[in-house]
Design a protein around this ligand. Structure first.
Ligand code: AMP
Ligand code: ZN
Length: 118
C-alpha cells in the first residue's frame, strides 16, 4: 500500500467506494464522476503507479484486468460492448497514480471519443 494513494485507501476500506467486484488481486468499483451510464474502474490491489511502471511480473495481472473487463461491463448493464481506457502519465492526463482501467459503456453507443468536462 502506498501512503496517500486514494485507490490504496479504497482497497483497504479506509475510503468508501461503490464496489462491484473483488478477488485476491483485483478490485472494481464505480467511478465517482461517471462519464457514461456505466463507468467502472478496474484496479490491481497491489500499488502500481501507472502503465509505465509495470514490470514483467505484472503481465499476468494486467491480463486479468483486461481479460475480465467484459464480465464487469456486462454485469453493470453494458451488454453490447464497452470502451476501456488507461490514461498514463502527464501526456495521458492521468490524475490518480494507481493503475486503473476505465470501463465505460451503457445501452447507447458512446461518443466517438470521451472528452472530459473538466
Ligand atoms: P485518471 O484521470 O485516468 O487518473 O482517472 C481517475 C478517475 O478516478 C477519475 O475518473 C475520477 O472520477 C476517479 N476517482 C477519483 N477519486 C475517486 C473515488 N474516491 N472514488 C471513485 N472514483 C474516483
Ligand atoms: Zn495505490
Amino acid at each position: 500500500m502506498a501512503q496517500d494513494c486514494i485507490f490504496c485507501k479504497i482497497v483497504s476500506g479506509e475510503v468508501p467506494s461503490d464496489t462491484v467486484y473483488e478477488d485476491e488481486e483485483l478490485f472494481v468499483f464505480k467511478d465517482i464522476n461517471p462519464q457514461a451510464s456505466v463507468h467502472l474502474l478496474v484496479i490491481p490491489k497491489k500499488h502500481i503507479s501507472s502503465l509505465a511502471d509495470v514490470t514483467e511480473e505484472d503481465y499476468g495481472l494486467l491480463g486479468r484486468m483486461m481479460g475480465m473487463a467484459h464480465l464487469f461491463a456486462a454485469k453493470a448493464g453494458s451488454t453490447n460492448g464497452f470502451r476501456s481506457i488507461v490514461n498514463t502519465g502527464k501526456v495521458g492526463r492521468q490524475d490518480v497514480f494507481h493503475l486503473h482501467v476505465h470501463v465505460l459503456g451503457g445501452e447507447a453507443p458512446l461518443p466517438p471519443m470521451i472528452y472530459r468536462n473538466s
